[in-house]
Design a protein around this ligand. Structure first.
Ligand SMILES: *Cc1c(COP(=O)(O)O)cnc(C)c1O
Length: 820
């Protein structure tokens, strides 16, 4: 009679096979029916797309099961809000986490296709600048691995971080087009669309004898549409969703305008919306500051919160239990406007009492701080904020009144402390402080390394910490060992498995079993052979891309990260110049052959960072072509640093450069990748380096330079760099050479100002730390000259770095912050 199917009768698809023959058939099937290509004419990109579609099917079964499970169990959901996700390529990650690497390789090879070739065509999804975005990507993978029901929320930028090219040694920025061949990983979800408003006015409504209700009437509106990418955990434990928002116009075309002949004006709305999610701001560790950026922040915050509240109402009758079922983590202050948006949605839209909404909001949100630099803390001019988000501005004033009342009640705060606590900065032009908003609206505020968390309590949040002393806590960053060991370094992974079995694959702290092999001669030789093979691979990459011949038996000394004065690439380059000088003046000495590698992007508007790139290239040209160096020193700046390049460079490093000015690097995660892959670290006591020393042992890391306390004291008591420079022959010679144009004969004064900065203020303590750094480098040479000692130390690094897995970090967030 009734031939419609009730839900229980809907047939479920059979689970997908992992048999290579069947997968090969499916790849041909996708190629034919989805892409519309015959195998004979298919291009490598078509094979890649067809393969991803076959892999994706195997993810979907687990994805749906993961989603159904939360509805069954009522578990708390975790939402990770981040304006950046530095994902990189996904295919090897997905295939390896599903345990299908060999099967897919075989399936493709039966079709005459090399998996390495097509994997190399996958674009590197660079929806982030650096460490903060990469952390978000590692966390997504770890949350799936440790079986936490989590959603990442961000923006689907059409253009991710720019592609870096070199023109005569200068950085040139080119647009990144990662979506050019489509994106087979993502699912467009038209049904998950939300309206986002900007501007307009606020009306209060209701009877005169009732408390007013506020209604925001935005002047501008657009749509946020979701694109979902599944993220597979290790061994396919669970599949979570990365949901990225794209802006769409409400009216794609204004027909009245079009019909009146205004063809460009007719597309006005469309252009306005699409501009919003077109590009990622390429600034790292300093705020972008433009109106479009604030629009991006609000756009993705509002879409995400509307989505979170809608999902909650699908399962529960109201929001009184929101904080028991939802945890929202803010990755830095970029999504901090979410706190005001949550208040608006709960009180204005859903009619909740303001104070109750405030309690629930605070118990739901938590905030991760990533920087202490006062100039890097995000703030927005009040007039701009008010114009774009008038209702949010009112809500922030209301919250501020409550907070300042709390503070005044304590009696212990003077006026200047009250001013520091305020959400509004009243010094000069009035600004909304996003860090203070994130702090007061969260039950947990975490730093990303032990040192950084302590400094946070003493500096930026000293007064807020005094007012709310239980909120600040530490969660030292981590990296996913799947991408940063197993996938990027299969040679080392096989060697470890051969030595200690495979338990480390599920618990990286089990790597400590390798300690027993640190002095084992046979193991050392195998470990060295793996390192050499990785170095050959990097040397080949540099040879083919840059035409520079490198000797893989030289020490590979690598500094790769965003170019920033506080990260001190300049210190490393000056040391290279000093070493160059020494090698030429003392040909009789036994110099350790070294290749100094650099890679990293500079923010397009960061003048000194771009000049440092040019200096590295100028110095490289002179040193690499000077026969007096006899090949003992080479300097290489590898263009276009990204996750994919890191996956080749990290396993090839002998020496890892982590030399930031102490107190300025919040954590670093590059440092962890290198240690895990068996590099020795030369570094300052900054960020997570401090905890790395605790874990690997002080004998197995080379620490130099001023501590964070030393730096603070020097800055307060008057640092005299000129005297320091004049007292160091090596340093003053190197600086004179650079400043006088030895490396820039075409423009002798090119670097004069840069070097002048070292004489005059030396804010980053480059001169302050030079002698200690140069001496530490000679200590490194000593260790290198004794290979038995070198490999003992580097093996102990791999053995003892397991604690820095992002699985550990995520477990700490889950138990201590999210209670999930
Ligand atoms: C790990 C990583 C970073 C962060 O490096 P740090 O040395 O911690 O600054 C930045 N960019 C990419 C591509 C990375 O993989």
């Amino acid at each position: 009679m009734n031939n419609t199917l009730s839900p229980v009768d809907i047939p479920q698809p059979a689970p997908r096979s992992s048999n290579p023959r069947i997968m090969a058939e499916e790849i041909i099937e996708r190629l034919t029916y989805r892409i519309g290509k015959d195998a004979k004419v298919a291009k490598p990109h078509d094979w890649l797309t067809a393969t991803i579609l076959v892999v994706r099917d195997r993810i979907i079964d687990r994805w749906m099961e993961s989603t159904r499970k939360v509805y069954r169990t009522g578990d708390k959901r975790v939402y990770y809000l981040s304006l950046e996700f530095l994902i990189g390529r996904l295919m090897r990650d997905a295939v390896s986490n599903l345990g299908l690497l060999q099967e897919i390789r075989d399936a493709l090879s039966s079709l005459g296709v090399d998996i390495e070739v097509i994997a190399g065509l996958e674009p590197d999804a660079a929806l982030g600048n650096g460490g903060l975005g990469r952390l978000a990507a590692c966390f997504m993978e770890s949350m799936a691995t440790v079986d936490i029901p989590a959603y990442g929320y961000g923006i689907r930028y059409v253009h991710g971080l720019f592609r870096q090219q070199m023109a005569d040694g200068w950085q040139v920025e080119l647009p990144e087009t990662w979506l050019a061949h489509g994106n087979p990983w993502e699912f467009e979800r038209r049904e998950s669309s939300y309206e986002i408003g900007f501007g307009g006015s606020v009306e209060s409504v209701g009877a005169y004898d009732e408390p007013p209700r506020y209604v925001w009437k935005p002047a501008e509106r657009m749509i946020a549409m979701a694109y979902d990418t599944p993220i597979v955990g290790w061994r396919g434990a669970r599949v979570n969703t990365l949901r990225l928002w794209s802006a769409q116009p409400i009216d794609p075309i204004l027909l009245d305008a079009f019909n009146a002949g205004d063809h460009i004006g007719a597309l006005r709305e469309s252009n306005k919306a699409e501009t919003l999610t077109r590009v990622l701001y390429p600034a790292d560790a300093n705020p972008a500051g433009q109106e479009l950026r604030l629009r991006q922040e609000y756009f993705f915050s509002s879409a995400s919160l509307q989505d979170i509240l809608r999902r909650h109402l699908q399962q529960y009758p109201d929001f009184t239990n929101l904080h028991e079922k939802v945890a929202i983590q803010l990755n830095d202050t970029h999504p901090a406007v979410s706190i005001a948006e949550m208040m608006r949605l709960l009180s204005d839209v859903h009619g909740m009492d303001f104070d109750e909404a405030w309690d629930i909001t605070r118990q739901t949100f938590s905030y991760t701080n990533h920087t202490l630099l006062p100039e890097a803390l995000e703030s927005w001019p009040v007039p701009l904020f008010e114009r774009l988000l008038p209702r949010h501005m009112q809500i922030i004033y209301t919250i501020n009144t409550k907070i300042l009342l709390d503070a005044r009640k304590e009696k212990k705060f003077g006026d200047s402390q009250i001013r520091a606590i305020s959400l509004i900065d009243e010094n000069g032009d009035r600004r909304v402080r996003m860090g203070n908003l994130a702090f007061v609206g969260s039950h947990s505020i975490n730093g990303v390394s032990a040192l950084h968390t302590e400094l946070m309590k003493e500096t930026v949040f000293a007064n807020l910490h005094a007012l709310y002393p239980t909120r600040i806590n530490n969660k030292t960053n981590g990296i996913t060992p799947r991408r940063w060991l197993m996938q990027c370094n299969p040679g080392l992974t096989d060697l470890i498995r051969e030595a200690i079995g495979d338990a480390f694959e599920d618990d990286t702290e089990k790597l400590t079993a390798l300690d027993a092999f640190a002095t084992d001669k046979a193991f050392q030789e195998k470990f060295a052979a793996v390192k050499r093979a990785n170095k050959v691979k990097l040397a080949n990459l540099v040879g083919s891309r840059m035409g520079i011949r490198l000797d893989p038996s030289a020490m590979f000394d690598i500094q790769i990260k965003r170019i920033h004065e506080y990260k001190r690439q300049l210190l490393n380059i000056i040391e290279a110049v000093a070493l160059y000088d020494q090698i030429r003046s003392h040909p009789e000495l036994d110099w350790v052959p070294r290749v100094k590698f650099f890679a990293g992007k500079a923010a397009p508007s960061y003048h000194n960072a771009k000049l440092i790139i040019k200096l590295a290239n100028d110095v490289a040209r002179v040193i690499n072509n000077d026969p007096a160096v006899r090949g003992l020193l080479k300097v290489v700046f590898v263009p276009n640093y990204n996750v994919t390049l890191a996956e080749t460079m990290v396993p090839a490093a002998d020496l890892s450069e982590q030399i930031s000015t102490a107190g300025m690097e919040a954590s670093g995660t590059g440092n962890m990748k290198f240690g895990l892959n068996g590099a020795l670290t030369i570094g300052t006591l900054d960020g997570a380096n401090v905890e790395m020393r605790d874990h690997v042992g002080a004998d197995n890391i080379v620490i130099f330079g001023m501590t964070a306390d030393d730096v603070a004291k020097a800055r307060a008591d008057g640092h005299n760099p000129r005297a320091i420079i004049e007292g160091s022959r090596e340093l003053s010679q190197a600086l004179s050479a650079i400043a006088s144009g030895v490396f820039s004969p075409d423009d002798r004064s090119r670097f004069a100002e840069l070097i002048d900065g070292l004489y005059n203020h030396d804010w980053f303590m480059v001169a302050g730390d030079f002698d200690s750094y140069a001496k530490a480098q000679r200590d490194v040479d000593q260790i290198w000259s004794d290979p038995v000692l070198w490999y003992e130390k580097t093996i102990r690094n791999t053995a003892r770095m397991g604690w820095f897995s992002s699985d550990r970090t995520i477990r700490q967030y889950a138990s201590e912050i999210w209670r999930a």
